[in-house]
Design a protein around this ligand. Structure first.
Ligand code: SF4
Length: 229
C-alpha cells in the first residue's frame, strides 16, 4: 500500500494509528470460525464494503477510551470506522462533538474529516456478528485485542463502556471481579488508574424503546468531561 493511501486510511479510521497496529487482529483473523464465515459471506455479497475486523479509531494519546460491543453490519462493517454509518454513530458522535471529544462534522462516512480529540473508540468484538449478538466464546476470544489496546494507551484514565458486554469485557481486561463492579447506567467504578463509566448502549433499539435517552447518554459524558478537566 502506498504511504499516501495508508495515511488517508489512518485519517479515515480504517486502519489504526501506527502505535496501535500491533494491537489489532489480522484482516483475515480466523480465531472465531463463525464470525470468519459470516465475514466471508458478507464479502461475497457486498464486495465494496469493508467486511473485516474494525480497528480502533482516534487519538493514541487519548485519556478517554470508549468501548462498544461490535461493528454493525450496515455501520462499521460497511464503512470500516467504528460507529460510522448507523444510528448508534449519530448519537455517539453528536455527543462527542458537543463535549469537545471530536472535531469537525460527522457525516456518517469515514472520509468526513471528523477527528477525535483526547478520545479513542474501540470494540469488545472486532468483527460483525450475526444479529449483533456475539457468542460468549467469541467475546472471550476477541478480548485479548482490547487488552493489547489498553496496554498500548499510556494516558487513558477514563473508559466508557457502552452496554453490559463491553462493561464485562473491560472488567475482565482490568482483572476486576464482576460482583464488585456491577453494570448500571451512570455507574462509575474505580479500577486502579482507570475510572470505568457505564452507559446503556446507544443503539437505535435502546433509544426507540426509551431505555436510553440522549440526555441520559450526555450525562455520562458530562461526568467524564468534568472528571478529566
Ligand atoms: S471477533 Fe476478534 S478474535 Fe474473533 S475473528 Fe474477529 S478479530 Fe478475530
Amino acid at each position: 500500500m502506498k504511504t499516501s493511501t495508508i495515511e488517508k486510511r489512518q485519517a479515515n479510521g480504517q486502519i489504526p494509528p501506527a502505535t496501535l497496529l500491533s494491537t489489532e487482529p489480522d484482516r483475515n483473523c480466523q480465531l472465531c470460525p463463525r464470525l470468519a464465515d459470516f465475514r466471508a459471506q458478507a464479502r461475497a455479497k457486498e464486495p465494496a464494503w469493508y467486511n473485516a475486523p474494525v480497528s480502533s479509531f482516534g487519538d493514541p494519546q487519548a485519556r478517554l477510551l470508549i468501548v462498544g460491543l461490535a461493528p454493525g453490519m450496515q455501520g462499521a462493517n460497511r464503512t470500516g470506522r467504528p460507529f460510522t454509518g448507523d444510528y448508534a454513530g449519530d448519537l455517539l458522535y453528536a455527543t462527542l462533538l458537543s463535549y469537545g471529544f471530536a472535531r469537525g462534522s460527522y457525516e456518517a462516512r469515514p472520509d468526513d474529516g471528523m477527528t477525535l480529540v483526547d478520545c479513542l473508540i474501540s470494540n469488545a468484538v472486532r468483527c460483525v456478528p450475526p444479529q449483533n449478538k456475539p457468542l460468549p466464546a467469541e467475546i472471550n476470544t476477541c478480548r485479548s485485542f482490547l487488552g493489547l489496546t489498553i496496554e498500548a494507551l499510556p494516558r487513558v484514565r477514563a473508559i466508557v463502556a457502552l452496554g453490559r458486554i463491553a462493561h464485562e469485557t473491560v472488567a475482565k481486561v482490568l482483572k476486576l471481579r464482576g460482583s464488585t463492579v456491577p453494570f448500571g447506567h451512570g455507574a462509575v467504578h474505580q479500577a486502579g488508574r482507570f475510572k470505568l463509566y457505564d452507559s446503556y448502549h446507544c443503539s437505535r433499539y435502546n433509544t426507540n424503546t426509551g431505555v436510553l435517552t440522549p440526555e441520559m447518554f450526555r450525562s455520562v459524558f458530562a461526568k467524564v468531561k468534568a472528571d478529566l478537566d
